[in-house]
Design a protein around this ligand. Structure first.
Ligand SMILES: NC(=O)C1=CN([C@@H]2O[C@H](COP(=O)(O)OP(=O)(O)OC[C@H]3O[C@@H](n4cnc5c(N)ncnc54)[C@H](O)[C@@H]3O)[C@@H](O)[C@H]2O)C=CC1
Ligand SMILES: O=C([O-])CC(=O)C(=O)O
Length: 252
């Protein structure tokens, strides 16, 4: 059984800890100790209030479901302590220098960093951009103003431009754009819309390239404790963990 340490015990952390199938959460850490304590009560996992104690605990994989700030603060240390790492707040990897450091430390320590598909479907296929020409990628995301912490009464364009700039302004809402850029190794243009008539998280992806053209649209239900985060994002981590050591590897 794969042993997991959970960094971040909020909305996604709780879904992961309460759906343990094919893995066991043995340790939980959160900057708000009451969040770690309540997941511990639900699951029996040991709660840690000190990060340095948490990373010396006996688990194989650390699952990050916290924030970009947490990835920046802890990812290198986690890998240096011999753990593989699942990063949901993938926006942290938009910083080229940080990402390259992290990858080189992972290589030195023979550890792996997993980026789940998060709130979209088909992320794996976009890796074809690493071997075949892609002309353009546009992500059009629509969320409720509440999710974006905006107060608007009509459909409003909150951001238009590059993924790496959008994630700086909306670190809790557009991690998917950075995941797409990393998978495809292509720049991603983003349109982020706040729409008061929408209560779901909609991601439309437009890609043109040597392969042809893609249009995909996902209409995600928000997750129970955080409307900005699609429930699918938590499911993607659960399916990644369930399959992590499977001899049958499915998908690009
Ligand atoms: N890759 C993707 O497609 C997606 C990524 N996300 C990201 O996943 C992450 C988790 O999402 P939710 O569970 O909905 O968020 P949440 O806000 O409900 O929970 C985050 C938890 O992490 C803790 N935390 C935050 N910063 C921390 C730090 N520096 N050190 C220790 N603990 C810290 C918080 O106290 C909270 O308990 C967020 O960063 C979110 O933006 C969300 C949806 C899709
Ligand atoms: O959950 C979503 O729909 C997308 C999201 O918050 C993110 O990519 O950060």
């Amino acid at each position: 059984m794969v042993r997991i340490g959970l960094l971040g015990c909020g909305n996604v952390g709780k879904i992961i800890a309460t759906h343990q199938e094919g893995f066991q959460v043995v340790g939980v850490f959160d900057q708000l100790h009451e969040h770690a304590a309540s997941l511990s009560e639900l699951t029996g996992a040991k709660p840690y209030s000190d990060f340095n104690e948490f990373i010396t605990a006996d688990f194989d994989i650390c699952v990050e479901a916290a924030s970009i700030v947490a990835v920046r603060a802890y990812a290198l240390k986690i890998i240096e302590h011999g753990k593989d790492l699942v990063i949901l707040s993938v926006g942290a990897l938009a910083d080229d220098a940080f990402r390259e450091d992290l990858i080189s430390v992972a290589k030195e320590n023979r550890k792996r960093i997993h980026i789940p598909s998060g709130a979209i479907m088909g992320l794996d296929n976009l890796k074809i951009g690493q071997i075949s020409h892609i002309e353009s990628i546009l992500l059009r995301t629509t969320k409720s103003p509440e999710s974006l912490k905006m107060n608007v009464s009509t459909r409003t364009l909150a951001f238009k431009g590059k993924a790496k700039d959008c994630i700086k302004l909306f670190p809790k809402n557009i991690n998917v754009s950075v995941a797409i850029a990393l998978a495809s190794t292509h720049e991603v243009q983003v349109e982020l819309w706040a729409d008061p008539d929408v209560d779901k998280n909609i991601h439309e992806i437009f890609v043109k390239g040597e392969f042809g053209e893609l249009y995909s649209k996902i209409t995600n239900l928000p997750s129970p404790d955080n409307p900005a985060t699609s429930y699918l994002a938590a499911l993607s981590v659960l399916s990644l963990l369930k399959n992590i050591n499977s001899p049958l590897v499915i998908g690009a």
